[in-house]
Design a protein around this ligand. Sequence first.
Ligand code: GLC
Length: 513
Amino acid sequence: MSSRRTRPWWRHGVVYQIYPRSFLDTDGDGVGDLEGIRSRLDYLTWLGVDALWLSPIFRSPMADFGYDVADYCDVDPLFGSRAGFDRLLAEAHGRGLRVLLDWVPNHTSDQHPWFVESRAARTSPKRDWYVWRDPRPDGGPPNGWSAAFPPGTPAWTFDAATAQYYLHLFLAAQPDLDWRNPAVMAAMEAVLRFWLDRGVDGFRVDVVHALGKDPAMPDEPPHLAGIPHAVLNEHPSTHGILRRLRRLVDDYPGDRMLVGEVWLLLARSHAEYYGDGDELHLVFDLPAAVQTPWDADAWRTRVATVEASHGATRWPTWVLSNHDGMRHRSRFGSEARARAAALMLLTLRGTPFLYAGEELGLEDAAIAPDEVRDPGGRDGCRAPIPWASGPCHGWPRADPWLPWPPDAEIRNVEAEHADPASMLHLYRRALHLRRATSALSEGTLTLEHGPPGTLVYERTSPDERRRVLVNFTDAPIATDARGRVVLASDGAGEGAEFAGTLAPDQAIVLAPA
Ligand code: GLC
């Protein structure tokens, strides 16, 4: 029996991240919505992904565009309604697409009723749902921790009415919950059940690394001062929280799952967040993923590190772009490199996460200072997805909430769909090849010794073997590899015997001759 039927979907599938504000607007307010996603499900099945992860859709004042939640059990009217979500979920499931929601457990909005109540009085029953501390004797904040944004600001805000500070690792509008409080755990378990009962397939878990906090709240050691959250990484209590969440999710039928955003700065290994198969199902290793430059040695080290830290039991993830950093097409600097990177992303051992728009080869939008909307300055990678040529690019209006990405006139779904040589078709072919080839979706990975400037690995399953070669340089490289080219990042030579020379910034997949 094919192991596709015995392995959970998240160990062979590909997840596609949607930033709902920027995917597609249908009601004309310039902001994407659930109906926009629903109307493009056929596109996503045509493309060949297995699951969607929606960045937060919950009720929110949008200080951090949804990562500040005011009601975890309702959909923000900007995006639609709960009924609209149920319809989207049912239609996605009808096409075999799974749906993951983005759950933000570290903090809420300051407008969440829990915080409103917590803030009301020191004696409030919910006071200790959040992290409140007295000022230092000089009136200053309890310690020197800084918030992630705006950069350089303290992680504490003084509440004059009750004369205490509250902790917020992000904006002052995002107060941190206190996960040592069992009532917080119980309330959040109810949130997860609410959505799991409705049928969602799991959650991307925001800011996992900061859930457990050292109650002593120690200051940053001097060499880490100024790095937001450095001391909050790897507090052991996080693992107990994750084990409990895992049990809850695993109690549901049908391979529900948790994938965690673990942003470690003092990391021994982010792979520890898999526990012994009893914590997160999948873990992002983001600093490494989004900071590895276009360089063969850097990627060989990266792949070797992931293989060593995960071993046979912890299934890795791979990600090149998301809503928090520069798109890899912009980072790597050329379409040829973005194509080769895509082929690598979809053939490494682990679950790939795509960020909507990378299949079009989108670059970050240039954002003028007066157009910046995000307190973290991450607007460029959040530009709206162009669906068509013409002034509105398939949206109801030409001026959505952020400017269009560069070259939207030619880099859009309609134009690339019509061009078999486009980036879009490369992604589609790579996704379909991966799905049809057990060596690529499930096989083991062995790093090989290729010529300098290349990354070469072999993927092997019981019945198949594929070799992937990537040229990270701008010169051709001769290799002694032989076989049949089943996929090439530039489309060259597919179906033919490999002549032995990799083109500049080219990646290929070889099958035995
Ligand atoms: C995560 C999200 C980011 C958000 C932050 C605070 O890092 O990916 O977009 O701003 O958490 O919730």
